[in-house]
Design a binder for this molecule. Structure first.
Ligand code: TXA
Ligand code: MG
Length: 346
């Protein structure tokens, strides 16, 4: 049975949050090897202490996650990175100073004592220090880093509210810390810092331009752009973030999108359109979901996963999504949409 604790006193300091009974209980349950879901500033995470191989194994089981997909370690204090990463370069330290706590995950060579199932046997480990007060309080109170993938069933859109976690994992995890909606709405940016030049493995909460502003040139993993190459971040190779309906991204104008919808409706399919507030009135379909405002890219990112889940809730069979420019915040939105659509873009 999963316990759900609501924590809604958002004005408390980290120190005050640490002393709340829900947090102290969750921290001691984590230390005992239990699974705790918690909000972060990106999406909800499903945590287990990094020191327990059995607890980590339960994460994979609860999510139905393939074992070749490694986890991100979450730390509550910057200096904990040195206990788990073998080598933290000057460049990596610059990124830490600029963006931690925050939505940036660094991939670094790991030390020997890390459990194999955290890293899926890779020579590297992914680490981040989240910015959400509940996450920070929980991590600091636990005292041990917490490995945490997004708290969804594998393949589903990541959870941006406690209800999403509840729908996916109720009965499979021990505690859900309900802190309302998470902030940014897409996951952290993952950057590989093991080579001469940093490599972007997953676009996310920190944009490429922000990264380059701190460390200069950042390469992009060819596997992110080119479907014929295997991504270096194992998680990026799966159809992911996906609603149950079949999704197509439509570049080009709204009339073309409407034609495709009309065609699907003529075939008797329940149709859905993912658009933005500016365009809702332009379309006809069974379900039309405005996902934020195109003029404010952060609002699109924030509502993306909840919108994808709504198509499922309403039994939509075919979904057509408007396309976005692949820059700035929209870069991560388009990356997730492509995954959700299994690369299908017309
Ligand atoms: O915002 C986030 O990062 C959220 C919150 C909960 O912190 N977490 C998250 O975890 O998105 P997850 O497991 O859904 O995604 C982790 C990504 C996967 O694509 C995984 O393959 C990649 O990070 N990753 C983990 N360790 C890696 C490594 N050593 N090398 C390359 N990629 C790695
Ligand atoms: Mg995930």
């Amino acid at each position: 049975e999963t316990k759900r604790y609501i924590i809604d006193d958002i004005n408390l300091s980290i120190e005050q949050l640490r002393r709340k009974i829900e947090i102290t209980e969750a921290a001691s349950r984590l230390r005992a090897g239990d699974l705790v879901a918690f909000p972060t500033e990106t999406v909800y995470g499903l945590g287990a202490v990094v020191t327990s191989e059995e607890a980590i194994a339960r994460i994979f089981e609860a999510k139905g996650r393939p074992s070749d997909n490694p986890l991100i370690i979450h730390i509550g204090k910057k200096e904990q990175i040195y206990e788990w990463a073998q080598l933290v370069s000057k460049q990596a330290e610059r990124l830490i100073d600029a963006f931690w706590p925050g939505p940036l995950t660094l991939v670094l060579p790991h030390r020997d004592h890390i459990a194999k199932n955290v890293t899926a046997g890779l020579p590297t480990v992914a680490i981040r220090m989240p910015a959400h007060p509940i996450a920070l309080a929980l991590l600091q109170e636990t005292g041990i880093p917490v490995a945490a993938p997004s708290a969804n069933r594998s393949g589903k859109p990541s959870p941006t509210s406690a209800s999403h976690v509840w729908d996916d994992l109720q009965g499979r995890i021990d505690i859900l810390l309900d802190g309302g909606r998470s902030g940014i709405g897409v996951e952290s940016t993952v950057i590989d810092m093991t080579g001469e030049v940093p490599v972007l493995l997953r676009p996310g909460g920190i944009t490429l331009a922000q990264l380059e502003g701190v460390v200069g040139k950042v390469e992009t993993d060819p596997g992110l752009i080119n479907d014929s190459q295997t991504p270096r971040s194992p998680g990026m190779k799966y159809r992911h973030y996906a609603p149950s309906g079949e999704m197509t991204i439509v570049s080009g104008n709204g009339e073309f999108l409407q034609d495709l919808v009309d065609q699907a409706r003529a075939e008797g399919k329940k149709t859905g359109i993912l658009t933005t507030s500016e365009n809702v009135d332009k379309y006809r379909a069974d379900v039309i979901i405005p996902c934020g405002d195109r003029k404010e890219p952060v609002t699109v990112a924030k509502h993306l996963y909840a919108s994808l889940r709504q198509f499922d809730d309403r039994g939509v069979e075919v979904i057509f999504a408007e396309s976005f420019p692949e820059t700035g915040v929209f870069h991560s939105v388009m990356n997730r949409l492509r995954k959700a659509a299994n690369g299908k873009i017309v």
